[in-house]
Ligand binder design. Structure first.
Ligand code: FMN
Length: 171
Protein backbone atom coordinates (compact mmCIF):
# COMPACT_ATOMS: atom_id res chain seq x y z
CA UNK A 1 0.00 0.00 0.00
CA UNK A 2 1.22 3.55 -0.78
CA UNK A 3 2.05 5.75 2.18
CA UNK A 4 -0.43 8.60 2.52
CA UNK A 5 2.05 11.28 1.39
CA UNK A 6 2.86 9.27 -1.74
CA UNK A 7 -0.82 8.97 -2.64
CA UNK A 8 -1.18 12.76 -2.30
CA UNK A 9 1.87 13.43 -4.51
CA UNK A 10 0.59 10.96 -7.16
CA UNK A 11 -2.86 12.54 -7.16
CA UNK A 12 -3.85 14.14 -10.46
CA UNK A 13 -7.39 15.36 -9.82
CA UNK A 14 -7.69 18.53 -11.86
CA UNK A 15 -9.77 21.42 -10.47
CA UNK A 16 -12.31 21.10 -13.32
CA UNK A 17 -12.79 17.36 -12.63
CA UNK A 18 -13.12 18.12 -8.93
CA UNK A 19 -15.77 20.79 -9.59
CA UNK A 20 -17.68 18.56 -12.05
CA UNK A 21 -17.74 15.81 -9.44
CA UNK A 22 -18.83 18.11 -6.62
CA UNK A 23 -21.65 19.50 -8.81
CA UNK A 24 -23.34 16.05 -8.55
CA UNK A 25 -23.93 16.64 -4.83
CA UNK A 26 -27.36 18.04 -3.95
CA UNK A 27 -27.21 20.68 -1.22
CA UNK A 28 -29.59 22.84 0.73
CA UNK A 29 -29.33 26.50 -0.23
CA UNK A 30 -28.66 29.02 2.52
CA UNK A 31 -27.76 32.68 2.88
CA UNK A 32 -24.99 33.30 5.41
CA UNK A 33 -25.43 36.76 6.87
CA UNK A 34 -23.05 38.83 8.96
CA UNK A 35 -22.77 42.26 10.55
CA UNK A 36 -19.74 44.19 11.74
CA UNK A 37 -20.47 47.69 13.02
CA UNK A 38 -22.70 49.37 10.43
CA UNK A 39 -21.65 46.93 7.65
CA UNK A 40 -24.08 44.08 6.87
CA UNK A 41 -23.80 41.43 4.21
CA UNK A 42 -25.23 38.16 2.99
CA UNK A 43 -23.86 35.48 0.68
CA UNK A 44 -25.51 32.46 -0.87
CA UNK A 45 -23.82 29.34 0.51
CA UNK A 46 -24.21 25.58 0.23
CA UNK A 47 -21.04 24.67 2.16
CA UNK A 48 -22.84 24.52 5.51
CA UNK A 49 -22.84 21.51 7.78
CA UNK A 50 -23.80 20.33 11.24
CA UNK A 51 -20.79 19.60 13.47
CA UNK A 52 -22.03 18.70 16.94
CA UNK A 53 -25.26 18.71 18.98
CA UNK A 54 -23.58 18.98 22.41
CA UNK A 55 -22.58 21.73 22.27
CA UNK A 56 -24.61 22.78 19.21
CA UNK A 57 -22.13 23.76 16.48
CA UNK A 58 -22.22 24.12 12.72
CA UNK A 59 -19.62 25.06 10.12
CA UNK A 60 -19.64 27.32 7.09
CA UNK A 61 -16.96 27.43 4.40
CA UNK A 62 -16.27 30.91 3.03
CA UNK A 63 -14.02 32.03 0.19
CA UNK A 64 -11.34 34.35 1.56
CA UNK A 65 -12.02 36.81 -1.28
CA UNK A 66 -15.72 37.18 -0.37
CA UNK A 67 -16.75 40.36 1.40
CA UNK A 68 -18.51 38.17 3.98
CA UNK A 69 -15.17 36.63 4.99
CA UNK A 70 -13.82 39.89 6.42
CA UNK A 71 -17.12 40.65 8.18
CA UNK A 72 -17.32 37.24 9.88
CA UNK A 73 -13.65 37.45 10.86
CA UNK A 74 -14.09 40.98 12.29
CA UNK A 75 -17.36 40.49 14.15
CA UNK A 76 -17.00 36.83 15.15
CA UNK A 77 -20.65 36.12 14.42
CA UNK A 78 -22.79 34.87 11.52
CA UNK A 79 -26.25 33.54 10.82
CA UNK A 80 -27.31 30.75 8.47
CA UNK A 81 -30.68 31.29 6.78
CA UNK A 82 -32.07 28.16 5.08
CA UNK A 83 -34.05 29.27 2.02
CA UNK A 84 -37.47 27.87 1.16
CA UNK A 85 -38.29 26.65 -2.35
CA UNK A 86 -40.14 29.97 -2.86
CA UNK A 87 -36.95 31.96 -2.25
CA UNK A 88 -34.76 31.23 -5.28
CA UNK A 89 -34.73 34.98 -5.99
CA UNK A 90 -32.84 35.48 -2.69
CA UNK A 91 -30.30 32.80 -3.66
CA UNK A 92 -29.71 34.63 -6.96
CA UNK A 93 -29.60 38.02 -5.23
CA UNK A 94 -27.08 37.05 -2.54
CA UNK A 95 -24.82 35.29 -5.06
CA UNK A 96 -24.08 38.75 -6.50
CA UNK A 97 -22.18 41.54 -4.82
CA UNK A 98 -24.71 44.35 -4.61
CA UNK A 99 -23.78 47.70 -3.03
CA UNK A 100 -26.84 47.67 -0.78
CA UNK A 101 -27.65 43.95 -0.32
CA UNK A 102 -30.62 44.39 2.03
CA UNK A 103 -32.60 46.99 0.11
CA UNK A 104 -36.02 45.42 -0.68
CA UNK A 105 -35.14 42.31 1.41
CA UNK A 106 -37.28 41.52 4.47
CA UNK A 107 -35.23 40.84 7.59
CA UNK A 108 -34.79 41.54 11.29
CA UNK A 109 -31.60 41.65 13.31
CA UNK A 110 -31.15 38.68 15.62
CA UNK A 111 -29.55 38.51 19.08
CA UNK A 112 -26.04 38.54 17.50
CA UNK A 113 -26.97 41.48 15.26
CA UNK A 114 -26.78 39.30 12.13
CA UNK A 115 -29.73 39.70 9.74
CA UNK A 116 -32.39 36.96 9.91
CA UNK A 117 -34.22 36.82 6.57
CA UNK A 118 -38.03 36.72 6.54
CA UNK A 119 -39.81 33.59 5.33
CA UNK A 120 -36.91 31.15 5.65
CA UNK A 121 -37.29 27.47 6.54
CA UNK A 122 -34.76 27.76 9.35
CA UNK A 123 -32.24 30.13 10.86
CA UNK A 124 -29.25 29.56 13.12
CA UNK A 125 -27.26 32.35 14.76
CA UNK A 126 -23.68 31.57 15.67
CA UNK A 127 -20.69 32.91 17.54
CA UNK A 128 -17.41 31.89 15.85
CA UNK A 129 -15.48 29.31 17.88
CA UNK A 130 -12.71 28.59 15.39
CA UNK A 131 -11.42 29.52 11.96
CA UNK A 132 -9.29 27.17 9.87
CA UNK A 133 -7.83 28.31 6.57
CA UNK A 134 -7.81 25.62 3.89
CA UNK A 135 -6.72 26.52 0.36
CA UNK A 136 -8.76 29.48 -0.89
CA UNK A 137 -11.39 29.19 1.86
CA UNK A 138 -11.87 29.44 5.63
CA UNK A 139 -13.88 26.97 7.66
CA UNK A 140 -15.68 28.85 10.42
CA UNK A 141 -17.09 26.67 13.20
CA UNK A 142 -19.83 28.51 15.07
CA UNK A 143 -21.49 27.82 18.41
CA UNK A 144 -25.24 28.05 17.78
CA UNK A 145 -26.83 30.59 20.12
CA UNK A 146 -30.30 30.66 18.58
CA UNK A 147 -32.19 28.32 16.27
CA UNK A 148 -35.63 28.42 14.70
CA UNK A 149 -37.44 26.37 12.06
CA UNK A 150 -40.72 26.24 10.15
CA UNK A 151 -42.60 23.45 8.38
CA UNK A 152 -41.62 24.36 4.79
CA UNK A 153 -39.71 22.79 1.93
CA UNK A 154 -36.06 23.85 1.55
CA UNK A 155 -34.57 24.98 -1.78
CA UNK A 156 -31.94 22.60 -3.20
CA UNK A 157 -29.04 23.08 -5.61
CA UNK A 158 -27.43 20.43 -7.79
CA UNK A 159 -25.71 20.25 -11.19
CA UNK A 160 -25.52 24.11 -11.25
CA UNK A 161 -29.30 24.45 -10.94
CA UNK A 162 -31.78 25.32 -8.23
CA UNK A 163 -34.27 22.48 -7.81
CA UNK A 164 -37.30 21.65 -5.68
CA UNK A 165 -37.97 18.54 -3.65
CA UNK A 166 -40.46 16.21 -5.28
CA UNK A 167 -43.85 16.39 -3.62
CA UNK A 168 -43.41 13.60 -1.14
CA UNK A 169 -44.63 12.59 2.27
CA UNK A 170 -41.26 13.50 3.74
CA UNK A 171 -42.55 16.93 4.77
C1 FMN B 1 -25.58 27.88 -5.19
C2 FMN B 1 -24.39 28.69 -4.68
C3 FMN B 1 -23.69 28.23 -3.58
C4 FMN B 1 -22.59 28.95 -3.09
N1 FMN B 1 -21.93 28.49 -1.98
C5 FMN B 1 -20.88 29.18 -1.50
C6 FMN B 1 -20.22 28.74 -0.32
O1 FMN B 1 -20.59 27.75 0.31
N2 FMN B 1 -19.14 29.46 0.13
C7 FMN B 1 -18.70 30.58 -0.53
O2 FMN B 1 -17.71 31.18 -0.10
N3 FMN B 1 -19.34 31.05 -1.65
C8 FMN B 1 -20.42 30.38 -2.13
N4 FMN B 1 -21.08 30.84 -3.24
C9 FMN B 1 -20.61 32.06 -3.91
C10 FMN B 1 -21.08 33.34 -3.16
O3 FMN B 1 -22.47 33.34 -2.95
C11 FMN B 1 -20.72 34.58 -4.02
O4 FMN B 1 -19.33 34.58 -4.30
C12 FMN B 1 -21.13 35.90 -3.37
O5 FMN B 1 -21.07 36.91 -4.36
C13 FMN B 1 -20.23 36.32 -2.21
O6 FMN B 1 -20.70 37.56 -1.74
P1 FMN B 1 -19.82 38.55 -0.86
O7 FMN B 1 -18.50 38.77 -1.56
O8 FMN B 1 -20.66 39.82 -0.83
O9 FMN B 1 -19.64 37.93 0.49
C14 FMN B 1 -22.18 30.15 -3.74
C15 FMN B 1 -22.92 30.60 -4.86
C16 FMN B 1 -24.02 29.88 -5.33
C17 FMN B 1 -24.81 30.40 -6.51
Amino acid sequence: MCPVREIVSLSSVEPEQFKATMRRIASTVTVVTSKSGPAMNGMTATAVCSVSATPPCILVVVNQTNRSHALIEDAGIFAVNVLSEEQEFLAQHFAQKSDDPFVDVGYRCGMTGAPILSGCVASLECVVESQTRSGTHSIFVGRVVSAAERDQRPLLHTNSRFVRLERSRLL
